[in-house]
Design a protein around this ligand. Structure first.
Ligand code: MN
Length: 199
């Protein structure tokens, strides 16, 4: 499998973001989005997917975190899609039920080229610290859309909103890791009867 890496820079009137990803990495992350809780979540995404990720963002945080979080999802998704190329040789499907203390969350993924998010996660509070909990969904919507992945996330149960958010990131990370692994039985084939995973 060729090295799977990409860089994306994206500038709008709301945000200026640069992202680099190395899919076959070691889970090294450098996050500087200006949003502390989001950095913590992106660190989890990198660490447990083993995708090296660097994200630098300067966003309009004087308004709120929304544009920054969404646009980081867009840029990360674009970088991931670019790094994966024609998606040849990958396992494609994966799912995991991920536990963290009292919380259990499932992520199921199809690296299909077809963007879709099914989101069954509810938070019991609007904020984790200063972070709006509704932005967790916004991030994954942008990621799925731009990475060309089908992503289903279901929180089965949980009480602590920090844990609920964190299990979403860790479960998606771990499912991504499995789905992006090389399939030793068909290392040179695109795993689709259509012959294409480019959407
Ligand atoms: Mn945490």
């Amino acid at each position: 499998m060729a090295p799977r890496s990409a860089e994306v820079s994206r500038k709008t009137k709301e945000t200026e973001i640069s992202v680099s990803v190395h899919v076959d990495g070691a889970g090294r992350s450098e996050m500087a989005t200006g949003v502390g809780f989001f950095d913590h979540m992106l660190d989890q995404l990198s660490r447990h997917s083993l995708i090296d990720m660097k994200v630098t963002a300067k966003g309009d945080l004087h308004i709120d975190d929304h544009h920054t979080v969404e646009d980081c999802g867009i840029a990360l998704g674009q970088a991931l899609s670019r790094a994966l190329g024609d998606r040849r040789g990958i396992m494609r499907y994966a799912s995991i039920d991920l536990a963290m203390d009292e919380t259990l969350t499932r992520a199921a993924i199809d690296v299909s080229g077809r963007p879709f998010l099914v989101w069954n996660v509810n938070f019991s509070a609007p904020k984790i610290g200063t972070f709006d909990t509704e932005l967790v969904r916004e991030f994954f919507q942008a990621l799925a859309q731009n990475a060309g992945i089908t992503l289903h996330v279901t929180n089965h149960y949980g009480a602590n909103n920090h844990h609920i958010a964190e299990t979403c990131f860790k479960a998606v990370a771990r499912a991504l890791r499995m789905a992006l692994e090389s399939d030793p039985r068909q290392p040179d084939a695109v795993p689709s009867t259509k012959g294409s995973l480019k959407g």
